[in-house]
Design a protein around this ligand. Sequence first.
Ligand code: UDP
Length: 197
Amino acid sequence: VPTVSIYGLQVCKWGMEDTVKYLTQVIESEEHRPFQVITANPIMVMKALEEPDYMRVMKNAELLVPDGTGVVWAASKVGTPVQERVAGFDLLHELMRVGENYHWKVFLLGSTPEVIQAAAERLHLQYPGVEITGYRDGYFKSDQDAEVIAQIREAAPDMLFVARGADTQEPWIAQHKKELGVPLMMGVGGSFDVISG
Ligand code: UDP
């Protein structure tokens, strides 16, 4: 994967099309190592510079994609431009679109119970070829992690989208990605709020 280094973070240079092609291979491969995608925006980069734990989460992600024009700008400043912005919201939709061809299964985690239910219904109508094997709200405490992880494992999705606020969603995936064992895991921020209408 071609990358550009921004404050020590290796951000993928590909645009949407190549990124989706690559992630399709990741999901379809038999290998199935845990794979975390982080849509890196400037707020996250700044946070990583301030907090070593968050930096570790970012560095341990299997792929960082350039979300936010600030990251695209930074890449061009260091002389290694990325193709275009790859926003998390758009990437979610592209993966759902491609997922119809492969009959992927998806689990949606995060937001309020009402929002996640509405988002699941909308996504099902929009992408009937993708099976939503489960969804759950994002307002749970760490003593419920095991229960949530068990629910996701049982659903055995190909993709897991997580919206729990930028501060917690990426560390949560990073902390549990081995146990979760989902071929593709990605934080999607406020996407479910938008999708639910
Ligand atoms: N969220 C959640 N659990 C939490 C906090 C937030 O599921 O403990 C959800 C929230 O409902 C929203 C999404 O995470 O759908 C993004 O939240 P917010 O915009 O507050 O976070 P930010 O991205 O600004 O950090």
